[in-house]
Design a protein around this ligand. Structure first.
Ligand code: NAD
Ligand code: ZN
Ligand code: ZN
Length: 340
């Protein structure tokens, strides 16, 4: 079968490898159809991911068809559409024992610290399998992963019902966070970015209120949209200092701040201000299985809109071209996929 392996930053080799052998009872053999590329993959491509050794087989957001199932598998039958959660966890550490396995002390993510799915066939254990409805496209199936990030992060703080929310950053993640905030009954949602292209996509996905902070200041935009109500919850999905600063500075006292961003430069936080305003800060790390299932359900029911997020697909053989395209297009791309 075909496999794409990144030997060193920027160098992808296509090679023939042996197909997986006999399945264990709880294992499922998947035929990979589409693989999404995200910012973390791009960091690996550039040699700038802090926790990925080479060589590495990439691919952690994907859709597939079930090819074969082990003897004890009950969730799926051959021919069904599916995706899988890429987290390998120990099951024994404190976080794992209390069900917070997304923050496992020994977490390995497939495509980074363990081999990913950039090959024709891939084996996963049934507990990480999510069966997708037949009506779902393979593109939608590959967006379940980032959508699950939206599902998880919007469940981190208190109930969003009736709250006013700002999502800072309208990349794929911010977009899906904002859409999930809507699903969870937030009252008013404002999404901000520095790119009109990305804010336009947010509007196409049903997030009507957008703010380009290079044209109107964050403070002014927030005041004119929320008025005296202000906002109570902020999601930091840009991964830059200034985005964190404005969320903290302008949210209501006692507000909640959920951190999604991965910061290439460690931000400085005014802890006195944070304490004095009794702000609550929550980390958010990937997702758990129920987030994956909910993401699949919301995409399938049309409550989460994905079509505007899809920029372009590249054939498997042209994996490197996908990265070159992302480099050239800059902020004019959202989700680029590899088609097997
Ligand atoms: N916590 C998690 O589980 C998790 C999972 C996936 C990705 N991430 C991280 O979440 C962040 C967003 O991911 P993405 O794939 O959407 O990345 P992205 O780079 O596509 O999106 C970031 C967006 O922020 C915008 N931006 C830049 N400066 C801004 C500012 N001052 N105010 C508002 N917006 C600004 C950019 O224009 C861009 O549209 C990244 O840091 C990524 O590493 C976290
Ligand atoms: Zn990703
Ligand atoms: Zn663990």
């Amino acid at each position: 079968m075909r496999q794409a392996i990144m030997l060193s930053p920027g160098v992808i080799e296509h090679r023939e490898v042996q197909e997986p052998g006999q399945l264990l009872g709880n294992e499922v053999l998947l035929r990979i159809k589409k693989i999404g590329i995200c910012g973390s993959d791009v960091h690996v491509y550039h040699g700038k991911h802090p926790a990925t050794p080479y060589p590495v087989v990439q691919g952690h957001e994907y859709s597939a068809i079930v090819e074969k199932v082990g003897k004890s598998v009950v969730k799926a039958l051959p021919g069904m559409k599916a995706t899988g959660r890429p987290q390998l966890v120990c099951g024994e550490c404190g976080p794992c024992k209390r069900g917070q396995y997304n923050a496992c002390q020994k977490l390995k993510v497939q495509g980074f610290q363990a081999p990913g799915v950039a090959q024709d066939l891939f084996v996963i254990s049934e507990d990480r399998l999510v069966v997708l409805p037949d009506s779902m496209t393979f593109e939608q199936g590959a967006i379940v992963e980032p959508a699950a990030v939206g599902a998880h992060s919007t469940g981190r703080a208190s109930d969003l019902k009736g709250k006013n929310v700002v999502v800072s950053g309208a990349g794929t993640i911010g977009n899906l966070v904002a859409q999930f905030a809507k699903v969870r009954g937030a009252r008013k949602i404002l999404i901000t970015d520095v790119s009109d292209y990305r804010l336009d996509i947010a509007r196409q996905c049903g997030i009507e209120a957008t703010l380009n902070i290079t044209k109107t200041s964050f403070e002014e935009g927030v005041r004119s949209f929320f008025g005296d109500e202000g906002f109570q919850v902020g999601f930091e999905a840009a991964g830059v200092q200034i985005s964190l600063d404005v969320l903290m500075k302008h949210m209501e006292k006692g507000g909640e701040l959920i951190i999604l961003g991965v910061y290439s430069r460690n931000p400085i936080v005014n802890m006195f201000y944070l304490g004095e305003h009794e702000l609550n800060v929550y980390g958010s790390m990937m997702y758990r299985h129920e987030d994956y299932e909910q993401a699949a359900e919301m995409i399938s029911s049309g409550k989460i809109i994905t079509a505007p997020l899809l920029t372009k697909s590249f054939p498997f053989e042209n994996f490197t071209d996908a990265y070159k395209f992302i480099e050239q297009q800059g902020d004019k791309t959202m989700k680029v996929m590899i088609d097997l």
